[in-house]
Design a protein around this ligand. Structure first.
Ligand code: GLU
Length: 486
């Protein structure tokens, strides 16, 4: 890659929440900028005002921050090439479009949508590549006046010369597009608004972008962007380097969709995935560090990331692997950090309000669940036993403590626990093993399931004796009495 100081951009069109594919691109852009000591630029491509909303723009900004992909130039932080919202740069695109018209690189086209559709229909029948047929390329002043008199508003179209465009893609190698398949394309709509191809190309040049790393779906738009650079008079050595990242496929090898894994990052966040886990996992989608390690920190990613190690074949999304990585990252958290991440989930589930006493108890209990959860949203279910105001046994399991066998277990446990002077998980376990397992000869699974349901209300809980310790003697005995009274 070139020796110029690197500037990479992430340029989403937020027509919804950012999803896996967008974020994989953002992550690679960021990692490349950090690896090379370059600049990470963030630009919002919001010229399609019918589809991009303020809400989605703000969500995109928030998502990038949450993931820790801080940008050096862009919304909120500013920079020398702003504004970074394309909707605030419309006059710039209009000036360039006018220049292209003046240079005869572009022309006004007055064909109506129906006429264009009729052309496409003809092309389908004749089995030729679809696309604009050049109808308005050489209109005379009289013809233009006649169209205007009919009340037609023209679009601005770029003239594609005959021939082909070849460029070197850093991932795919040399790529050539025959212009037979790249018809004259629209730069400006009839209402004066610019299209993506115009805005993206103008901005990449004016903002000094050196590297365009983006999804493979945009590969075919590259010859049009190069055509815009040519019309702008950009020297070949100032074209950005292109690198198109491989597609991400779903588990079933079909294109990633809601059904097979493609959901917004907001969804993963709500489920309790840690940003570092998402970034670690997405980093491995189409890139590898060169060995088989799967646990990669953000710091390692910036040290190791090179475009050479990006694969050219599609990557496959694997939810199970993401879960496993999330579990690893959760286990690696300090109790303090784990608490910071978990408390909002407990509050949202109305398990705690957030008092000091509650937080202190949460911190005592968290080590009990840290080994066993893979997502933060599992925490409320596991910890609620410590905070419920009106304890009740889950209705699906209540029958399991409501028979003679279970009652005899609970009675014996009750009398053993009443006698206990030291209340900690070791003493509880020792007393219950001696009485229920050794003396009564019960199987541990039978004895402790009954006790688990009686004291935690569920068959799923953190380790039983530790839970009982945190719950306290009084609460445990009260719950056992309640179960016995059923
Ligand atoms: N704004 C375009 C999109 O979200 C991407 C622009 C680019 O990376 O070239 O699809």
């Amino acid at each position: 890659m070139s020796a110029k100081k690197v500037k990479v951009r992430f340029a989403p069109s937020p027509t919804g929440d950012l999803h896996v594919g967008n974020i994989r691109t953002a992550l690679f852009d960021w990692a490349y900028a950090r690896h090379t000591g370059g600049t990470f630029l963030f630009r919002i491509e919001d010229t399609d005002t019918t589809r991009v909303t303020d809400e989605y723009i703000n969500a995109a900004i928030d998502t990038l921050k949450w993931l820790g992909l801080q940008w050096d130039e862009g919304p909120e932080v500013g920079g020398p090439n702003g504004p970074y919202l394309q909707s605030q740069r419309l006059d710039i695109y209009a000036q360039w479009a006018q220049k292209f018209l003046d240079q005869k690189d572009a022309y006004y086209c007055y064909c109506s949508p129906d006429e264009l559709e009729a052309v496409r229909e003809e092309q389908r029948k004749a089995n030729v590549a679809p696309g604009y047929n050049g109808h308005c390329r050489e209109l005379t002043a009289d013809q233009i006046a006649a169209f205007k008199a009919q009340g037609r508003e023209g679009v601005v179209r770029m003239r594609m010369p005959e021939g082909s465009t070849t460029f070197v893609d850093e991932i795919r190698g040399e790529v050539t597009f025959d212009h037979k398949f790249v018809p004259d394309f629209v730069l400006v709509r009839a209402d004066g608004s610019p299209l993506y191809t115009l805005a993206v190309a103008v901005d990449d040049i004016l903002m000094g972008v050196t590297h365009v790393l983006r999804g493979e779906d945009l590969l075919s738009s590259t010859p049009r962007q190069i055509r815009v650079y040519q019309a702008m008079g950009v020297a070949l050595e100032d074209y950005p380097v292109f690198a198109h990242l491989p597609f991400v496929m779903g588990q079933d090898n079909a294109k990633l969709s809601k059904r097979n894994g493609e959901v917004s990052i907001a969804w993963y966040r709500e489920q309790g995935y840690l940003p570092e886990a998402i970034c670690n996992y997405l980093a491995l989608l189409g890139w590898s560090p060169g060995d088989d390690r799967e646990n990669i920190s953000m710091k390692e990613l910036t040290e190791l990331f090179t475009v050479e190690k990006v694969h050219s074949s599609p990557a496959r999304f694997d939810m199970k692997k993401l879960e496993a990585i999330n579990g690893d990252k959760i286990r690696a958290l300090s109790v303090e950090d784990f608490a910071q991440w978990t408390i909002p989930f407990l509050k949202k589930a109305a398990i705690i309000e957030g008092t000091d006493a509650e937080i202190a108890l949460v911190k005592q209990a968290l080590p009990l669940i840290q080994e066993r959860i893979v997502k933060l949203d599992e925490a409320p279910q596991l910890l609620k036993l410590l905070f419920v105001k009106e304890f009740a046994i889950d209705s699906e399991v209540v029958s399991k403590v409501n028979d003679e066998g279970a009652k005899s277990i609970l009675k014996r446990a009750q009398s053993e626990l009443e006698e206990l002077s030291t209340w900690n998980h070791e003493s509880i376990e020792a007393a219950l093993r001696a009485s229920l397992i050794e003396e009564m000869g019960l199987k541990p699974r039978i004895a402790f399931t009954a006790l688990r349901i009686a004291t935690t209300g569920s068959t799923i809980s953190p380790p039983l004796f530790e839970s009982m310790e945190l719950l306290g003697k009084q609460a445990c005995l009260a719950r056992i009495s309640l179960a016995l009274s059923l």
